[in-house]
Design a protein around this ligand. Structure first.
Ligand code: OSB
Ligand code: MG
Length: 381
């Protein structure tokens, strides 16, 4: 039974972070994500979340580029055009190149509609089997090593199964040594978010010996060759995040030996379907994967959990409880880690959680509505 979306509302929604988050490139005290509410011709409502960072530092996209691409291109291309599966829906918007974060938000709304229409939870539709996901935390750069140790201690105490530290030149060996000394047994890994240049490989080989699970994305996203050279020199596994933007890039990276491990992100890959395709290629190649995140609100977090239920996700994921980031999330029931495990939502069809629209409204800065017969209405940036 084909689905036709007749109206899409975009909401630019802001949630304050419980704790400021700093990476090698930027510092955040709140996050603005675009929520996508898609209504089908039979009245069914599907939700998606565009988790783009506000500024073009993690990748080329930003909140405003996503707002622009969604409202001017992706939504108008999809409105009024019937589709059978989310993959068919994505084909309607295939003329737009790049812009994966914007694309992923709309694709997620299509998956939610698809699941609700078929009466099946997203995890089952994707082929996910796990009931709970091993949760890890991603800890930002802190003003001092003592403050970092305090963060690690809190999250290890909460039961999280693995800790990831953000690093950059000048904040690498010292925090890693301190955390390893204080917590000799924990599963520990680091993420550089492209902060190193290949000439600084000695700074990275200096991290060998701390028993790290992996070093994530030390070099620029397009520099697969330097990652391959580093992987050959390091004992520690090299994990790619920013670099892996599609299945063809993944296959090149694997052929070069540039990735021992892959971080799979729904947003970076442009949706759940391409994220699953990356999972499948990695499983075939015997490359371990884990599910990365972009500080998602409850909608994107629920979708991440559904994806992470696939059997190839053997390493702890960055899908912490949303209380690590937000005092009040926009979905119910709240997504929580219990003893370091987060349950995959399956109680309801689609993304498996209920969006609390009054909470969304309270935190929304602006909206835009497109509809089959009246596109491009409402407040515009
Ligand atoms: O590289 O994984 C990353 C957040 C913003 C930008 C990049 C990254 C991150 C995270 C967050 O590490 C992980 C999470 O959502 O918990
Ligand atoms: Mg990363």
């Amino acid at each position: 039974m084909p689905i036709t979306i007749t109206e899409v509302e975009l909401s630019l929604t802001r949630l304050d972070l419980v704790h400021e988050f700093e990476t090698s490139s930027h510092r955040k005290s709140h996050l603005d994500h675009i929520l996508i509410r898609a209504t089908a011709s039979d009245g069914t409502v599907g939700w998606g979340e565009c988790a783009s960072p506000s500024d073009p530092y993690y990748c080329g996209e930003s909140t405003w580029s996503c707002w622009h691409i969604l409202s001017e291109y992706l939504v108008p291309l999809l409105l009024g055009r019937p589709w059978e599966t989310p993959r068919d829906a994505a084909r309607h918007t295939a003329a737009v190149s790049g812009n994966n974060f914007a694309r992923a938000g709309l694709e997620m709304a299509c998956w939610d509609l698809y699941g609700k229409t078929r009466g099946a939870p997203l995890a089952d539709l994707l082929g996910g089997t796990a009931e709970r996901i091993a949760a890890g935390v991603s800890l930002g750069i802190e003003p001092t090593v003592d403050q970092l140790l305090e963060q690690v201690s809190r999250h290890v105490g909460d039961g999280y199964r693995r800790v990831k530290l953000k690093i950059r030149p000048g904040w690498d060996i010292e925090p890693v040594r301190a955390v390893r000394a204080a917590f000799p047994g924990i599963a520990l890994q680091v993420d550089a978010n492209t902060a190193y240049i290949p000439g600084q490989s000695d700074l990275l080989t200096a991290l060998d010996g701390f028993g790290l699970l992996m070093i994530e994305q030390p070099y620029a996203e397009d520099d697969l060759l330097s990652h391959a050279e580093l992987a050959a020199r390091l004992d520690t596994a090299v994990c790619l995040d920013e670099s892996i933007t599609s299945v063809p890039v993944l296959r090149t990276a694997l052929r070069l030996g540039a990735a021992d491990v892959v971080n799979i992100k729904v947003s970076r890959l442009g949706g759940l379907h391409p994220a699953k395709a990356v999972h499948d290629v990695c499983a075939e190649a015997g490359v371990p994967v884990w599910c990365g995140g972009m500080h998602e609100f409850g909608i994107g977090r629920a979708a991440n959990l559904a994806l992470a239920a696939l059997p190839g996700f053997t390493l702890p994921s960055d899908v912490s409880g949303s209380d690590k980031y937000y005092r009040r999330d926009i979905v119910s029931p709240p997504i929580r880690a219990v003893d370091g495990l987060v349950e995959v939502p399956r109680a309801l069809p689609g993304i498996g959680v209920t969006v609390e629209e009054h909470v969304v409204a309270e935190h929304t800065l602006r909206t835009w509505t497109g509809a089959v017969d009246r596109t491009n209405e409402g407040s515009r940036p």
